[in-house]
Design a protein around this ligand. Structure first.
Ligand SMILES: *[C@@H]1O[C@H](CO)[C@@H](O)[C@H](O)[C@H]1NC(C)=O
Ligand SMILES: *[C@@H]1O[C@H](CO)[C@@H](O)[C@H](O)[C@H]1NC(C)=O
Ligand SMILES: [Cu+2]
Length: 255
């Protein structure tokens, strides 16, 4: 039985081994590893493995900011569009702890920022779809350093494809979607050229904090338009040009 599954998985892998794009393949909290949603393996199991990351159709980007796909790298399945919940979540994820996101090898050409948002689930996260509600707040961002190093790919590659963020220490406990993304700018010198690679990771934050932003929340789609600074940007013309990271300011109320 498992032999047959393995053969199917292997042939699916072989068919898609072209190196391009990427996704988060592993999440580490403390000493616990949670394998990410693996788009070229998971759908081929008779009983798909349960993941904490919402399903994605493949390693490719979303480039239309008006689509619900921009939320979680959309996936249409059985009438579920855009942000199909995952069946499980990482728990516990203590407030103040570091979470490591292990990306597949990121192509050198795909320079751009890495940005992380949270949204607090009003009820069971394995059932929750935010739709176009303004529920997201930014907790981390990295663009281009003063000496011209991009978060992706320079810094990500230097850290062996591991991106680390800290859960705000005073964040109110509860279930959250982490919306983490790379925006690849190699084609962003013109409209509709930026490529978005969002990953939606379900976590349960524990602790004794009570902080939660009450204003400034954004929606996906909605937070970015083609007029937002940093969505259209020429990475080739002037390497010393500062890069404006799109989206709201980082929320610091939980620090
Ligand atoms: C983006 O999607 C909307 C809605 O489907 C569509 O009307 C529009 O033409 C798309 N834009 C581009 C640039 O593909
Ligand atoms: C990232 O995940 C890949 C695939 O599971 C693994 O081979 C690699 O060792 C991981 N990297 C780190 C630094 O844990
Ligand atoms: Cu690509």
């Amino acid at each position: 039985m498992f032999g047959i599954v393995s053969a199917v998985v292997l042939s699916a892998l072989a068919a898609t081994s072209v190196k391009a794009h990427g996704y988060v393949q592993d999440v580490v909290v403390g000493s616990t590893h949670y394998t990410g949603y693996l788009p070229y393996q998971d759908p081929y199991y008779p009983t798909p493995p349960e993941r904490i990351i919402r399903p994605i159709p493949g390693n490719g980007p979303v480039n239309n900011l008006t689509l619900i796909d921009i939320q979680c790298n959309g996936y249409t399945d059985g009438g579920v569009v855009g942000s199909k919940p995952a069946p499980i979540f990482a728990s516990p994820v203590p407030a103040g702890s570091q979470v490591q996101l292990n990306w597949t090898t990121w192509p050198d050409s795909h320079k751009g920022p890495m940005i992380t948002y949270l949204a607090r689930a009003p009820s069971d996260i394995t059932q929750w779809q935010p739709g176009t509600d303004a529920v997201w707040f930014k907790i981390a961002e990295a663009g281009k350093t003063a000496d011209g190093k991009w978060a992706a790919t320079d810094l990500l590659t230097a850290s062996n494809s591991i991106y680390t963020f800290t859960v705000p220490p005073k964040l109110k406990p509860g279930q959250y979607i982490v919306r983490h993304e790379i925006i690849a700018l190699h084609g962003a010198f013109e409209a509709y050229g930026a490529q978005f690679y969002p990953s939606c990771i379900q976590i349960e934050v524990t602790g004794t904090g009570s902080a939660l932003p009450t204003s400034g929340l954004v929606s996906f789609p909605g937070a970015y338009t083609e007029d937002t600074p940093g969505i259209i940007f020429d990475i080739y013309s002037d390497p010393t040009l500062p890069y404006p990271i799109p989206g709201p300011a980082v929320w610091t109320g939980g620090n």
